[in-house]
Design a protein around this ligand. Structure first.
Ligand code: M6R
Length: 357
């Protein structure tokens, strides 16, 4: 039931503070860490595999792994992985991510990995689903049923579960110190309150959506982790509002896409990395001088002068930023779709669970 919300998607977006709490309660004690340590033994390559939003959730986790762990990290879309020459053997760990646990390509990727001798982990929402049953070890994301075709709370559950697991492991193996570890835990514990605060600003996002109702295409730009978040932002807009939306690493603009920017473009600029603020500023100036409008989503007010609109991300730990950024992106896509009278919970041509190739 929709609990008074007009759409399941909105209800599920609003469930996120509670889900974050549930995931935290479940993974905070670190019980899974020793099992994880065993699974990582003799591993020299780690793959994060999924489709759509689940693949994007893996990108954020992959970035964290790359920073703290010695293993080679690869993120791959399941439908590519299954036909690739990827080097998968008994020294590989394949982490498959899926809300439904039934996605055909992800399941095929898992089976291929197992056939080649890899160890496997599933980051799954639906209890007892096929993928959950077939992996060596399943970690549930405890998100509850997700009804809307657009994945929202599932992404949050996936990213947070992966971040908890990787932080525990990194701590256990002394790859991060006590201070860094505690800082992550403290920041994660503040997330429910922060997300609630952001959700309370829904009318601000609605005003922004109204202001840009006539925009014909969206460009999401960002660098590093922010770039990964732009992929999910653009997907959501395409999926439920049917608005052409591109996602680019901001540094790529000059290499082609800048030619598409005009006064009918809204550029959503994600700027959450202090070291890259100046680079983002010049990218924003670049698109503004071609007539585009800019919606800035940032932890800092530093670039508000060069932008047209601003949504502020509360202060948090670096790897938790994608979760917060995505809350605004979900609200933005939802509001745009609502203004365009789209079938929000059941977008055309799409199914919730893609069980055929
Ligand atoms: O059930 P899964 O997580 O395996 O589904 C993967 C994708 O089909 C899914 O995330 C899809 O991209 C969403 N509809 C996006 O909102």
């Amino acid at each position: 039931q929709k609990n008074g919300f007009p759409h399941f998607m909105l209800k599920e977006i609003y469930e996120q503070p509670k889900i974050i709490q549930t995931v935290t309660n479940n993974y905070l004690n670190g019980n899974s860490a020793s099992e994880l340590k065993e699974l990582f033994k003799d591993i020299n390559r780690v793959y994060f595999i999924g489709c759509g939003t689940a693949y994007y959730a893996g990108l954020a986790a992959g970035a964290l792994m790359e920073k703290y762990f010695p293993q080679e990290v690869k993120n791959m879309v399941a439908s590519e992985f299954r036909y690739s020459e990827a080097k998968v053997d008994e020294h590989s760990l394949v982490i498959v991510i899926s809300q439904s646990g039934e996605t055909a390509d992800t399941l095929a990727a898992l089976r291929l990995a197992k056939k080649r001798g890899a160890k496997t982990i599933g980051i799954i929402n639906v209890l007892g689903s096929t993928i959950a049953r077939e992996v060596d070890k399943v970690f549930y994301t405890l998100t509850g049923p997700e009804i809307a075709v657009a994945s929202t709370k599932a992404y949050t559950g996936q990213v947070l579960t992966l971040l908890y697991l990787l932080h525990y492991l990194a701590h256990l193996e002394s790859r991060i110190g006590e201070e860094k570890y505690r800082a992550f835990i403290n920041a994660a514990q503040q997330l429910p309150g922060q997300v609630t605060m952001m959700l309370d600003a829904i009318s601000k996002v609605e005003d922004i959506a109204k202001k840009y109702q006539a925009v014909t295409h969206f460009f999401f730009i960002g660098r590093q982790l922010d770039y990964y978040s732009t992929l999910e932002g653009a997907l959501k807009l395409k999926e439920i509002a049917y608005i052409p939306s591109e996602s680019y690493p901001a540094g790529e603009l000059k290499h082609g896409p800048l030619a598409m920017i005009d006064e009918k473009t809204l550029v959503v600029a994600l700027a959450n990395n202090d070291n890259l603020m100046m680079k983002m500023e010049s990218n924003i100036r670049e698109v503004k001088s071609r007539g585009a409008k800019v919606l800035l989503i940032s932890t800092s007010r530093q670039l508000t002068e060069v932008s047209d609109d601003f949504l502020q991300i509360p202060e948090t730990e670096e790897y938790l930023i994608p979760i917060l950024v995505n809350v605004y992106q979900q609200l933005l896509a939802y509001q745009m779709a609502k203004l365009l009278s789209r079938d929000i919970d059941k977008p055309r041509n799409l199914a919730k669970s893609v069980t055929v190739e």
